[in-house]
Write a protein that binds this ligand. Structure first.
Ligand SMILES: [Zn+2]
Ligand SMILES: [Zn+2]
Length: 108
């Protein structure tokens, strides 16, 4: 088991882009700070996690503890755009449909 690995400055960096410092975490302290800044600046992430989404999602699941489609009570996920509760299967289907629609909109 490797106790130390060489720093990969960015999660998409290729092995050739490693800065060469070795430590137990994926990135050296300098690059970890830069990576966190980069990640926090992503528009998608900011939009998704603005406000207190984890608390809101828990409150939604408490108020509606079953899938909106099939009524299952386990593996529940709150769909962020619609604030609806789905089981993993139905949330997966919804996401797949959204991706397909987004693709259709782009190509038309
Ligand atoms: Zn580094
Ligand atoms: Zn379901």
């Amino acid at each position: 088991m490797a106790l130390s690995r060489s720093c990969l400055p960015h999660h998409r960096a290729s092995p050739g882009e490693r800065c060469g410092r070795t430590q137990k975490s994926p990135r050296c302290t300098d690059h970890e700070a830069a990576f966190q800044r980069w990640r926090n600046a992503q528009p998608g992430r900011r939009a998704l996690y603005q406000g207190d989404w984890p608390a809101e999602s828990r409150a939604i699941r408490r108020a509606h503890p079953y899938c909106s489609v099939c009524g299952r009570v386990d593996e529940l996920t709150v769909d962020h755009p619609t604030r609806s509760v789905f089981c993993r299967t139905h949330h997966g289907e919804l996401e797949a449909r959204r991706r397909a629609e987004a693709k259709a909109t782009r190509s038309s």
